[in-house]
Design a protein around this ligand. Structure first.
Ligand code: PMP
Ligand code: GLU
Length: 397
């Protein structure tokens, strides 16, 4: 059957593809060490599961308001107030089926054909594709490894044109782990504000932050900045709830309404049971989250040290999220068993075949010099995977 031009323009999600490949190999009994999946290995908290069971028992299994139940909106509003002093009202909030869906609705709601959206690279795989699906044009803002992949406000300014509609910010970043101090953020935001563009701020890793750093939401930089920003977050990463599919956006009422209209004609409400589980996630004490972040930090220190101890690999230490993004380009041009590694995809295939280790090629994040390793996996797996990588890359000559 003939596909639409839109379907032909889109790339499959590389992160999900690697995760599927990893699972398929494991199902065949192959001992693969997976660094692919961008999801916490921890279980969803017990109190979250109990809230879901309770919701089922109470019969909360019917359609809900399209943009989410009031109880969940209240819990999110309270969380943002407690954590960041941010004040939102219910009409400024919409709950969707994961932050990916939130971002999809958002791009569909604000981007017109030909609108430019500035996306800092390395970027999470879905941003450019979603902009393309909305008939917009992704404009890539390159960052440099030497600067810790930080956005240079002067470089950002150079990319702004009369067609620029929005800037995507994602910090802590997937895949680089870069995050920003309040001053650094302000310098970036000032450029966007002067140009009058919308700031899409994906802060889904806000709670997974290291080295004693503090997360500053864009919207907390002032009332005018808050007005220009659509804040995106969700339960997937913070509460290890990737399968429940709950994400949300907070910002301009008109945009939120349009996103709700899109949702009302596509998915309708996010799953009723998941919404009740999310109420519990946001309203319960947050101690478990702090403990888990401490565990991620131990793994980060270990994996980054191990990567940097391998000749040919260079890895910037991430300040947040749970990814290491090492530069492996020193191996390009080298061979083993008649096969030459010339790209991040080749390197990924080489590791999978020779070491039975799954990583994601940097190419899909806009940087072919790198690969991504998720350290949201057990320390045991990390040690085993790193031993294998160390031994295997030494074969490249
Ligand atoms: N934004 C970023 C940066 C991510 O890494 C992810 C993870 N998949 C998402 C959004 C979407 O998360 P979800 O749809 O599971 O809420
Ligand atoms: N965001 C996660 C990742 O980057 C999960 C997969 C996805 O949704 O892309 O691996």
């Amino acid at each position: 059957m003939k596909l639409s031009a839109r379907a032909n323009r889109i790339q499959p999600s590389a992160t999900l593809a690697i995760t599927a490949k990893e699972k398929a190999l494991k199902a065949q009994g192959i001992d693969v060490v997976g660094f692919g999946a961008g999801e916490p290995d921890f279980d969803s908290p017990d109190y979250v599961k109990e809230a879901a069971v309770e919701a089922i028992k109470k019969g909360y299994t019917k359609y809900t308001a399209v943009g989410g139940i009031d109880q969940l909106k209240d819990a999110i509003i309270e969380r943002m107030k407690l954590d960041y002093g941010l004040e939102y009202q219910k009409p400024e909030l919409i709950v969707s089926c994961g932050a990916k869906h939130t971002l999809f609705n958002l791009t569909q709601a604000i981007i017109d054909s030909g609108d430019e959206v500035i996306i800092p690279a390395p970027y999470w795989v879905s941003y450019p594709e979603q902009v393309i699906l909305a008939e917009g044009k992704p404009v890539i803002l390159e960052t440099r490894e030497e600067d810790g992949f930080r956005i240079d406000p002067a470089e950002l300014k150079k990319l702004i044109t009369p067609k620029t509609k929005a800037l995507v910010l994602n910090y802590p970043s997937n895949p680089t782990g870069v995050t920003y101090s309040e001053d650094e953020l302000r310098a970036i935001v000032d450029v966007a504000m002067a140009a009058g563009i919308t700031i899409i701020s994906d802060e889904i890793y806000d709670k997974i932050i290291y080295d004693g750093k503090k997360h500053t939401p864009v919207a907390s930089l002032g009332e005018d900045v808050k007005k220009a920003t659509i804040l995106v977050n969700g339960t997937s990463k913070t509460y290890a709830m990737t399968g429940w599919r709950i994400g949300f956006a907070a910002g301009d009422k008109g945009v939120v309404k349009a996103m709700g209209d899109m949702q009302g004609q596509s998915t309708s409400n996010p799953t009723s049971i998941s919404q009740w589980a999310a109420v519990s996630a946001y309203a319960s004490p947050q101690d478990l989250i702090v403990q888990r972040t401490a565990e991620f930090e131990k793994r980060k220190t270990y994996i980054v040290d191990r990567l940097n101890s391998i000749p040919g690999i260079k890895c910037v230490s991430p300040s947040g999220a749970f990814y290491a993004f090492p530069n492996v380009s020193a191996f390009y041009g080298k061979s083993h068993n008649g096969k030459t590694v010339n790209s991040s995809l080749d390197f990924t295939e080489f590791l999978l075949e020779e070491a039975k280790v799954a990583v994601v090629p940097g190419d899909s994040f806009g940087s072919d010099a790198h690969v991504r390793l998720s350290f949201a996996t057990s320390m045991e797996n990390i040690v085993k995977g790193m031993d294998r990588i160390e031994e295997t890359v030494a074969k490249l000559a």
